[in-house]
Design a protein around this ligand. Structure first.
Ligand SMILES: *[C@@H]1O[C@H](CO)[C@@H](O)[C@H](O)[C@H]1NC(C)=O
Ligand SMILES: *[C@@H]1O[C@H](CO)[C@@H](O)[C@H](O)[C@H]1NC(C)=O
Ligand SMILES: *[C@@H]1O[C@H](CO)[C@@H](O)[C@H](O)[C@H]1NC(C)=O
Ligand SMILES: *[C@@H]1O[C@H](CO)[C@@H](O)[C@H](O)[C@H]1NC(C)=O
Ligand SMILES: *[C@@H]1O[C@H](CO)[C@@H](O)[C@H](O)[C@H]1NC(C)=O
Length: 415
């Protein structure tokens, strides 16, 4: 049998058939090259969009029934139908295994607190534990969560050097104890950190930075954020002091607003250029509590646009504050991979400017027509639910959006 097989193979590889094989291989190579060129041209759109999602789109477009709630899924999404269907599949199938190791009273498993600037981290830890996505069976898991809270470590006064060592020891412990990390060198693992100190503390393990999915609040390139791999966590300062804004256009009589510390170059310039302006309400100091209760927050209700320049990091809780209070956020950053920007079309509910535009700020904002302003404002109200954490989590809230981003980044190859 074996010899016969060998003979047949030999016969097939006669000189003439070899030439034709070479010919067809060349043809195939050219075809592949052409289709790649076509695809890369097709997908070099300015807004990031996943080719996976686009491929699904082609298959499912006609399968979507004309639902009553269709309106909800319009405008603000890059691909409303794809989002709706993929999201439903994610809710049904997505499973995450949380490593059970580590003493919950130190830095593991439990969040520090659900308030303050970095509460997104705490909410995520709490939400995933009480969500349908958690599985105790690693064989069912699409992704593995490394539950180490750098925010909590910081709260306990751990030095930066010690934090790096703790993270390293913990993750190396998981690598030697369980078989899961080595199967993919960590590409199906993720961790979550809102404080930028967490990003730095994980840098002791290059594979953690390079391979695993990092869900971080400061998604700028100077902390090595990789948009197709990592996830931008929205920074949300909850609980909100006042109720959400909406249907209140008549009260938004002022053009633009910002009040805060001058802790970055762009903030210094913003304050210097516009501090005395009569239409832009720009103040280079936080509004003192002595002025009156919640004066800062109430200002968000009175303005059409709320200016959000980066501070010590590109991110700022001001963006989600603006969204909550119904004020159109004006992002003033050169490099900021905005949260969920592979799902949501930020140009539909915000104004995105480069730092250099600060000198033309008033001209740019006054140039936005009343109709465009109304449309932006209505869309801000539509996205509010995506930028809010809840306990327990509810569909389409910040937690579910982060889960959806993780779902988009999980690889279909199972081991
Ligand atoms: C850092 O770790 C060392 C050794 O465990 C410990 O003695 C020291 O107190 C720690 N320092 C801080 C600031 O956590
Ligand atoms: C994973 O690989 C590392 C490095 O090769 C090794 O030290 C570790 O023991 C492996 N883990 C398991 C569970 O085999
Ligand atoms: C507009 O502002 C007034 C005064 O602060 C307030 O009473 C009213 O409820 C606001 N209107 C809307 C639609 O929010
Ligand atoms: C704003 O007004 C203050 C006080 O009158 C003045 O000192 C400052 O130079 C003014 N700033 C600009 C940019 O005109
Ligand atoms: C004003 O808006 C028009 C049309 O929307 C645009 O072409 C123009 O560049 C804008 N000008 C400025 C200064 O933003």
């Amino acid at each position: 049998m074996l010899t016969t097989f060998g003979k047949q193979t030999q016969q097939q590889s006669s000189p003439s058939s070899l030439i034709s094989i070479r010919g067809s291989l060349l043809f195939l190579a050219i075809l592949t090259l052409l289709s790649f060129t076509y695809l890369s041209l097709k997908y070099s759109a300015p807004t990031p969009q996943y080719s996976v999602a686009t491929l699904v789109d082609a298959e499912v477009k006609h399968a979507v029934p004309e639902g009553e709630k269709e309106e909800e899924f319009s405008d603000i999404y890059h691909s409303p139908h794809v989002f709706k269907l993929n999201y439903a599949e994610m809710e049904k199938k997505f499973k995450v295994y949380i490593y059970p190791d580590g003493d919950p009273n130190t830095f593991y498993q439990t969040p520090r607190k659900l308030t303050g600037k970095y509460s997104s981290e705490g909410y995520f830890f709490q939400n995933i534990r009480e969500s349908r996505f958690r599985t105790d069976d690693p064989d069912q898991a699409h992704l593995f969560f490394i539950p180490i809270s750098c925010h909590k470590m910081r709260g306990k006064g751990t030095s930066y050097e010690n934090m790096t060592i703790i993270v390293q020891n913990y993750v190396e412990g998981l690598i030697s104890k369980y078989p899961y990390w080595n199967r993919t060198l960590g590409t199906d693992h993720f961790f979550v950190t809102c404080h930028d100190v967490g990003v730095r503390a994980t840098e002791g393990l290059p594979l953690l930075v390079k391979n695993s999915i990092r869900a971080v609040c400061s998604p700028s390139y100077d902390v090595g954020f990789v948009p197709h791999k990592d996830v931008a966590l929205p920074q949300v300062l909850q609980p909100f002091a006042l109720p959400a804004g909406g249907n209140d256009i008549e009260n938004r009589t002022n053009l633009g607003f910002w009040a805060g510390h001058r802790n970055s170059k762009i903030r210094v310039i913003l304050a210097r250029v516009w501090e005395n302006d009569t239409e832009l309400d720009i103040s280079n100091n936080r509004i003192s509590r002595a002025v009156g209760p919640l004066v800062y927050q109430k200002r968000f209700y009175k303005n059409k646009f709320c200016i959000c320049p980066g501070g010590s990091q590109v991110n700022s809780a001001r963006i989600t504050d603006s969204i909550h209070y119904g004020c159109i956020p004006v992002i003033l950053s050169n490099y900021y991979d905005l949260p969920f920007n592979d799902i949501l079309d930020w140009s539909k509910f915000s104004v995105i400017l480069k730092e250099g535009d600060v000198y033309q700020l008033k001209k740019i904002l006054k140039n936005i027509s009343y109709e465009d302003f109304v449309a932006l404002h209505k869309n801000v109200v539509k996205v509010q639910r995506h930028f809010q954490w809840n306990t327990p989590p509810i569909s389409y809230d910040a937690f579910h959006m982060v889960m959806y981003d993780l779902w988009l980044r999980h690889h279909t190859v199972r081991y």
